[in-house]
Design a protein around this ligand. Structure first.
Ligand code: GUN
Ligand code: ZN
Length: 465
């Protein structure tokens, strides 16, 4: 249970779940004589707010405004400013001084497979063999609701400890796997996007649905979860090789009925996969067309990987404002290739950042930023620390069409925050000590940091770590 102070008709209830609300209201009845209030929290430190995309300003650092303090109330950011100004504005606030630490938005991981938590770091295969050898056998285990609940809770505990406050996750074909992650997120007050993974071919027995059952199950889950508390549903055909045209058509029909939902899938991750798609869909103009012809292309479409894109595909993706999700640790771990971050960003694509757990080799968005930097270097285009942090927060939030709610410390935003200790290990501390400016101070943590650098996490204003 979160340690919050509250009063009747409490605005703190903004982000409490139905379950928490019923616990809280029974507590209210038993504490009638206690003076109850929704206490403001004032965090002091180096507060990082984006005022623009660091890919669009004259220098990346121009996109950032630094403040000394941020004031939180009822799960939201109400003000940023100087320490003196905010202390005057909220003299009753509980003050938490984070000293020289950086306070930024919680990380937003725009593409994960929470069911792959227990088989992360599986050796030696490339995409299709990796799916058949490791992924599908593990996903079969989610038939068991107890196992699904156990892994969903384990996954969220692991990722919150890494500073991740929002994820967009694939589930398995089992509806219970969707219930498991949404229930686990709900008890933590977390904003999570997820959907039932649909597959009706090229998957083993026990891991295939049909076009009709995928439609029916997805529609029922969407009705049950979409818009409840901080949860939203994403229509989730795994990728064209594991869906028949009939299933893709059914998913397109469902999306047309619910355009406010996101749609997530994979696109052009490995060359063998692209060739296989050409064989499976001989009439299609390209890989993207296998989605486009069934209504699965539009704003709100999230395409994981998107490494081997044809010019037509790039044009259409940009025109419709679909999102490309860069998964750098996965792209090296499964041997997929190098995503052209600089070229695609310069061309105006919408891009988010993700771990792709467990094809990715880490749960950490710090490790993911390091991998994005290293891949950028291989392409001759190193990313600035401000660009990396933007991708891991506001960039991913915009990809999920949540950029006005999360992914930044801005007035009115939901208070999902992370506090970064810039000297969390001796190795990082000694490099940090040599820094000449704030960006040089931050960069070693982005490159070498892990969960030890995550000094505090707040979800809707409440301390989670
Ligand atoms: N393509 C289809 N399914 C998957 C998956 O689970 N992981 C990755 N990395 N690529 C995929
Ligand atoms: Zn994936």
């Amino acid at each position: 249970m979160y340690n919050i102070v509250f009063y009747k008709n409490n605005p703190c209830h903004l982000f409490t779940s139905h379950l928490q609300r019923s616990i809280l209201s029974s507590a209210i009845l038993t504490t009638e004589s206690t003076p109850l209030m929704c206490q403001d929290t004032l965090l002091l430190g180096h507060v990082l707010s984006f005022v623009a995309s660091p890919f669009e300003t004259a220098t990346p650092a121009d996109a950032v405004q630094w403040h000394e303090a941020v004031l939180l109330r009822a799960g939201r950011v109400v003000q940023t400013g100087s320490r003196a100004e905010l202390m005057t504005q909220a003299p009753q606030a509980q003050v938490v001084d984070h000293g020289q630490n950086v306070i930024c938005a919680g990380f937003v991981d725009a593409h994960v497979h929470y069911p792959q938590t227990a088989m992360i770091a599986s050796w030696g295969k490339r995409l299709i063999d990796w799916l058949n050898s490791y992924t599908f056998p593990e996903e079969l285990r989610f038939e068991d609701p107890d196992y699904a609940n156990q892994i969903a809770n384990r996954y969220l505990d692991l990722t919150i400890a890494e500073g991740t406050t929002t994820v967009a996750s694939y589930c398995t074909i089992h509806p219970i796997s969707v219930d498991a992650i949404f229930t686990a997120a709900q008890t933590r007050g977390q904003r999570v996007v997820a959907g039932k993974t649909c597959m009706d071919r090229n998957a083993p027995d026990g891991l295939r649905d049909t076009a009709q059952s995928a439609y029916d199950d997805s529609a029922a889950l969407l009705a049950k979860w979409h818009g409840v508390d901080r949860l939203s549903y994403a229509i989730t055909p795994r990728f064209s090789p594991t869906s028949t045209p009939e299933q893709l058509d059914a998913m397109g029909a469902l999306w047309a009925q619910h355009p406010d939902c996101l749609m997530q899938t994979h696109l052009s991750e490995q060359r063998d996969e692209v060739t296989w798609v050409q064989e499976l869909f001989p009439q299609a103009r390209d890989y993207l067309d296998t989605y486009e012809q069934f209504g699965l292309l539009g704003e709100g479409a999230l395409f994981g990987h998107a490494i081997y894109l044809e010019p037509r595909e790039k044009d259409r993706l940009r025109e419709v404002k679909a999102s490309l999700i860069h998964c750098p640790t996965s792209n090296t771990f499964i041997g997929s290739g190098i995503f052209d971050m600089a070229g695609l960003m310069a061309a105006g694509q919408r891009i988010g950042l993700a771990t792709d757990t467990g094809g990715g080799s880490s749960f950490s968005m710090l490790r993911t930023m390091a991998a994005a930097y290293e891949l950028g270097q291989l392409n001759g285009t190193p990313l600035h620390a401000a660009q990396l942090l933007w991708l891991a927060t506001q960039g991913s939030a915009q990809a999920l069409r949540l950029g006005d709610k999360i992914g930044n410390i801005a007035v009115g935003h939901e208070a999902d925050l992370v506090v970064l200790d810039l000297a969390s290990t001796p190795a990082i501390a000694q490099r940090h000590a040599e820094a000449n400016d704030i960006w040089e101070a931050i960069f070693p943590t982005l490159m070498m940091g892990d969960d030890r650098a995550i000094s505090e996490v707040r979800i809707a204003g409440r301390k989670a770590v």
